[in-house]
Design a protein around this ligand. Structure first.
Ligand SMILES: [Zn+2]
Length: 245
């Protein structure tokens, strides 16, 4: 038995399949990450094949059969195709990094409406916000790390509990969390957290608007998140999308 499901989804990737079909990876509101086949999707007459394209936010209809790894997509309508974002290479680079993270690190068929809304929201911001895309990406990255279960510990020293940590050179131990100046000498320090990075991480965490931050610190934060995830998730080898741009 299969069930007809109507839901929203964001397209993560697509590949050609056999002579005329397409297989796409989607993140859907109803089922989380899932694979779908669009039969005849490469025909110029296939409207569905055209609009199932990475980054697009769609309303979809599919036949859900639990026993199948790839579901049959029977309908799709555009909700947004984020055309501003697609015209700007910097924004596009970071938007692809978002969908790459989602694709690599989300389990199949496990719905998470918060992640779904987070993806749609960040793509809308890449499309319309004036905030720098690398900061928007940092916001999503931190949110996503927490949602997949690896919340960063950023408020006090994880060893001695000291919480007066501003304006100091701190450390971070990927297993335990922050290390104050004293504790970082006696514990494994995986990443140095300078005062600028500390303040920026707190700004992201509180979802504050970020006025003055230098490019180095933004990049440093994104590197920190990437290294932290690589440490915890052994089959995550880092973000490849950055290399394609
Ligand atoms: Zn300490």
């Amino acid at each position: 038995m299969s069930e007809i499901i109507k839901t929203e989804a964001v397209v993560l990737s697509k590949i050609n399949y056999r002579d005329s079909s397409i297989i796409a990876s989607l993140y859907s509101k109803d089922s989380g990450k899932m694979s779908v086949i669009i039969k005849g999707g490469r025909s110029p007459k296939s409207k569905i094949g055209m609009i199932v394209d990475p980054l697009n936010h769609l309303e979809i209809v599919f036949y859900k059969k639990e026993s199948r790894d790839v579901q049959l997509l029977s309908g799709a309508e555009i909700i947004s195709h984020f055309h501003h974002l697609k015209e700007d290479l910097e924004r596009l680079k970071y938007a692809y990094a978002v969908i790459e993270l989602v694709k690599k690190l989300s389990p199949e068929n496990e719905p998470n409406v918060k992640i779904f809304k987070g993806i749609v929201r960040i793509l809308s911001l890449f499309d319309s916000s004036n905030e720098r895309p690398e900061i928007l990406f940092g916001r999503f990255f931190l949110f996503f790390i927490e949602e997949v279960g690896y919340e960063l510990q950023l408020f006090k020293c994880s060893v001695c509990g000291k919480d007066d940590l501003r304006n100091k050179i701190l450390g971070y131990n990927y297993n335990r969390g922050l290390l104050c100046e004293d504790c970082k000498t006696e514990n494994i320090n995986n990443y140095e957290i300078n005062p600028e990075l500390f303040d920026y991480l707190h700004g992201l965490k509180a979802n504050k608007s970020i006025q003055s931050v230098n490019n180095y610190t933004i990049k440093n934060a994104n590197d920190f998140f990437e290294n932290y995830l690589k440490f915890h998730i052994s089959n995550f080898k880092g973000i490849q999308s950055f290399k394609a741009f």
